[in-house]
Design a binder for this molecule. Structure first.
Ligand code: SF4
Length: 272
């Protein structure tokens, strides 16, 4: 085996596993919803999303194919894993060759595979969207250029990412469109304004994409705040009234242990 589990942390909802690689890096996976394993693809992340703990300690290297699938292999006999979410530490498009092999590997085992990506770099995003996944979330988090500038250290132009999906869909069966959605993580005073939300709604409507509207999970040392529950619900209703299909963060995704954006490298401490 190329990795071993060194620690497991549990909350009433999620189980977080810390792995150590042969060269002493620590990465994480989360088992949530009683059926899905969210796995990592890189040690750290160079995309540097402003809200995310995974990239806050920098980027060290891509995980190998073995290291990606070992996160599942070490747990498959003890947990009822039915699906894999490639949404843990790292940007999957930056490790496209190993992610491509891993998606094939998981699909051959009869597992559902979903992917979350910022779409960087676009050449690899074009390969990612073609894989035999069961759902791909393009994490946009902002529609206005100036908002996206504040959120991502590295990013592609949103219009070009959408064009790449449309180009792929133009050659696919009509049901394939359902496999793509936009991810939008709401952060107070950063991307929760009406202008961004209206543009998000218009974009989703034009392309018939579902919007996954996520709550920001607080991370120690980050100077960001989630929007209030009231504002979150207002944003949801606003998009719904525009005729958009919207899904909300469930309690597994907002759990202090293993919630979106909270996985980290090199964790030693126990989460209180
Ligand atoms: S949200 Fe994903 S892409 Fe952004 S820094 Fe975190 S791991 Fe990287």
């Amino acid at each position: 085996m190329t990795m071993r589990i060194v620690k497991e942390l549990r909350s009433p909802l999620n189980r977080l596993f810390i792995y150590e690689t042969e060269d002493n890096h620590r990465v994480e996976s989360v088992f949530y919803k009683g059926e899905r394993l969210c796995i990592s693809t890189q040690v750290g992340c160079p995309i540097g999303c402003i809200f995310c703990a995974s990239g806050s300690k920098g980027f060290f290297r891509n995980l190998t194919f073995d290291e990606i699938v070992t996160q599942y292999e070490l747990l498959k006999d003890s947990l009822p894993i039915k699906g894999i979410a490639i949404a843990g530490i790292g940007e999957p498009a930056l490790n496209i060759d190993n992610v491509e092999k891993a998606v094939d590997y998981f699909r051959k085992k009869g597992l559902k595979v979903t992917i979350s990506t910022t779409g960087y770099p676009i050449e690899n995003f074009k390969k990612l969207i073609k894989l035999s996944h069961n759902g791909l979330t393009l994490s946009v988090h902002g529609i206005l250029h100036e908002t996206r500038e504040k959120i991502f250290k590295k990013k592609e132009k949103l219009e070009e990412l959408i064009d790449a999906i449309e180009e792929h869909l133009s050659k696919s069966s009509s049901s394939r469109r359902k496999k793509f959605q936009l991810g939008y993580l709401l952060i107070k005073n950063l991307n929760d304004d009406l202008e961004n939300l209206k543009l998000l709604g218009e974009l989703a409507k034009k392309h018939r994409f579902t919007v996954m509207l996520m709550m920001y999970n607080r991370v120690d040392g980050f100077d960001l705040e989630p929007v209030s529950r009231e504002k979150y619900e207002k944003a949801f209703l606003f998009l719904r009234e525009m005729g958009i299909r919207v899904t909300l963060s469930n309690r597994f995704r907002t759990d202090k242990l293993g919630g979106c954006g909270t996985l980290t490298i090199g964790r030693k401490e126990v989460v209180e």
